[in-house]
Design a protein around this ligand. Structure first.
Ligand code: WTA
Length: 652
């Protein structure tokens, strides 16, 4: 059996950064030994571990069953009853947290708004009543297509309050992508806003909704927040569209009571790209997800009462769900939310915001860090960053140069960095170094979080040696594991539980482990790309391209890119009568942008007369990756049907 994975073995020793004594002394977990003790307990005595760690959360009925496992399917805290919003909101009422700021909102134009926990509770209760007025009941799906405004948090929590699973769709997705997701989950109501600003210009979200709904039979109502103003050219469709403010005014808070649901009641569906076919609706349920988000936030960000915590992720991605909404609010934290682009009006914007609001924790993505490095240190040096005490990264491997810059220039060598590895599917952080307990190594995500059992294996499921590359897997279920792919249990099993024997969760990433047990994740090994932290399925891009009249066949691959992590390169063959020229390349890039969203538009298109295929007709992607990166062809080409195509691809 072929057991090698093709992932290289590494040899270099990495630098260590131990937390300072000053930092340790204020930490929740302040030594490696403490971390190890808690970790051991989480694995060996999960019942008592999770009971204790979740004790701050509100359950209407506590659980007696911790885990029920049936092959790849796991249920957690099965007999508990709860409403997730009671842990995020109601539990803070009548405590010191009631009047604490929950959300500090910074508009792209510099406007500020704040909401205390009491105010957020009031707004969520009222909006829950609005949803009920619009006919939404427990179990109905609600699509949310909004920008970074406080109301999007209200919308998500209001859905959770009535037990209606939400599906937030990133505002950068185009109408077709939006429609596909709305139809897949059968949303009854769509929540949107007129427009969101992007570098001073309106992104007309409501117009995109109108286009998407031309063929979305399940949708009965659209609730529209007027945020941007007249330039958004937003009109309401009589009978279908409802003005947000008017609906809130008409609502009665008495109808906003929390619906009590079972532990496994669906909380949300979040679509993500897979290696094949259409995007997958990753399903997260109530109790396990909440516990995962809550406990990981508390330990990984080592939170303190007076923190001002800023997670820069958009609410349309999993990071925005777990670490902008459910994790921090269930911990009673003050969260900063920024509406706009990191470079608007200039590259100093992030540092200005940190200075202005005295942010203590910054959680952002390597791609942003690399862009800041390129913009120049002068933008950073203009601002006082002394409020910061902890830094985090997520979304892709961070290269040691970017890590070091983040550590030196932003954290001024005072702030530990947590490099957090996780996925839409895992729901919460799986790997990191707890900031006061364990040394960080630049480029290495570190050690497992509580309850997580990672391994690196060959394709026969046997563990690799230290520093030998292999498939990154998780050996046992954790509370916030996805429960299934919405409406497609079979795809869930096939996607995550078949490539490696032994009923283990296959992440789709490759990794190494060093002699200290630290894991270094090196990126996707399936056909999913990570472009500027956005997961893009090559299959989706290819299917968009062959949908264009000029394209006969297309193959999308990633090439290493200094700024974006990966750039998207497409190789295409054309139908007769179309010229292989730059005009067509530009048209095709725009076509994908219009189909999926601008962030998925190819960086480069190369034309050829044929794509390299094996004799059995499979496109040789590894070879295309080498060509795209300008490398020598490394793999075996003996099965290549027509060797002459390679030369053409190089120059196409
Ligand atoms: C990658 C984002 C290395 C990885 C939370 C994973 C990372 C995919 C890291 C999930 C990290 C995320 N180091 N790679 N710290 N964090 N990734 O679903 O390839 O948008 O499989 O979830 O991002 O992306 P997703």
């Amino acid at each position: 059996m072929e057991t090698r994975t093709g992932i290289d073995t590494v040899s270099a020793e990495q630098a260590h950064h131990e937390p300072s004594e000053a930092y340790r002394s204020k930490s929740r977990v302040s030594s490696k030994a403490d971390y190890e003790r808690l970790y051991k307990e989480s694995i060996e005595q999960p019942d008592s571990f999770w009971k204790r760690e979740a004790s701050q959360l509100t359950f209407r009925k506590p659980w007696t069953v911790t885990l029920e496992q049936n092959g790849p399917f796991a249920k957690w805290f099965t007999d508990a009853e709860l409403n997730v919003t009671e842990s995020c909101l109601d539990r803070h009422l009548g405590t010191d947290t009631e009047n604490k700021t929950a959300i500090i909102w910074e508009g792209e134009g510099g406007a500020n708004k704040t909401l205390t926990y009491r105010e957020l509770h009031e707004q969520v209760t009222l909006f829950a009543a609005v949803l009920r007025d619009q006919g939404v009941t427990t179990g109905d799906r609600v699509a949310i297509y909004m920008g970074m405004v406080p109301e999007v948090v209200v919308a998500m929590l209001a859905c959770a309050r009535i037990g209606a699973p939400h599906s937030v769709i990133f505002g950068g997705f185009a109408a077709d992508s939006l429609r596909g997701r709305i139809n897949d989950c059968g949303a009854k109501v769509v929540l949107t806003q007129d427009a969101a600003p992007r570098r001073g210009k309106p992104v007309k979200l409501k117009q995109t909704v109108d286009e998407a709904l031309q063929d979305a039979p399940s949708v009965e109502k659209v609730v529209v927040l007027q945020h941007y103003g007249p330039e958004s050219e937003c009109t309401l469709l009589e009978g279908r569209d409802v003005d947000w403010a008017t609906a809130v005014e008409a609502a009665d808070a008495k109808n906003g009571a929390a619906a009590v649901v079972g532990a496994e009641h669906p909380l949300f569906i979040l679509y993500t790209s897979g290696s094949t076919g259409k995007p997958k609706g990753v399903l997260h349920t109530s109790a396990g997800y909440l516990v995962g988000a809550h406990v990981s936030t508390k330990y990984v960000f080592d939170i303190q009462e007076d923190d001002v915590y800023w997670c820069t992720a958009d609410v349309g991605w999993i990071t925005g769900h777990s670490y902008l909404v459910y994790g921090p609010l269930s911990n009673g934290m003050t969260c900063l939310m920024y509406e706009g682009a990191p470079n608007h009006p200039d590259w100093g914007r992030f540092w200005e915001i940190i200075d202005k609001h005295e942010v203590t924790i910054l959680y952002t993505a390597p791609t942003a860090i690399r862009a800041f490095i390129r913009a120049g240190d002068e933008w950073v040096n203009k601002h006082d960053l002394s409020s910061l005490r902890l830094l985090g990264t997520v979304g892709e491997p961070i290269n040691p140069e970017a890590w070091n810059w983040y550590y030196d220039k932003i954290g001024k060598k005072r702030c530990p960095i947590v490099d957090t590895w996780w996925q839409t599917e895992t729901g919460s952080i799986m790997m990191t170094t707890l900031p006061g307990a364990c040394a960080a190594k630049p480029g290495s995500t570190g050690l497992p979080f509580f309850g997580v059992a990672p391994d690196v294996v060959r394709s026969d499921g046997t563990s690799v040696a230290d520093r030998e590359g292999g498939l990154f897997i998780l050996r046992r279920p954790w509370p916030s594991i996805l429960r299934t792919v919405w409406g497609d249990d079979e795809r869930y099993v096939r996607q995550y539980f078949t490539d490696v024997p032994g009923n283990v969760y296959v992440t789709g990433d490759g990794a190494h482990r060093d002699a200290d047990g630290y894991f270094q994740v090196i990126g996707r090994i399936d056909d999913v790309l990570n472009v500027s932290g956005h997961r893009i399925g090559t299959a989706e891009v290819e299917s968009s391209l062959v949908g264009h009249e000029a394209v006969a066949e297309a193959a999308a691959v990633g090439r290493p890119d200094d700024l974006k992590g990966q750039a998207l390169v497409v190789f295409a063959t054309l139908k007769p009568g179309f010229a292989k020229d730059d005009a067509l390349k530009a048209t095709l890039k725009a076509h994908v942008g219009k189909d999926i969203g601008k962030f998925a538009a190819p960086d480069e298109i190369r034309f050829a007369d044929a794509l390299p295929k094996t004799r059995s007709g499979k496109i040789m992607r590894r070879l295309l990756k080498d060509v795209a990166a300008g490398r020598d062809i490394t793999g075996d080409t003996s099965t290549l049907e027509d060797a002459s195509v390679i030369e053409q691809l190089r120059h196409g």
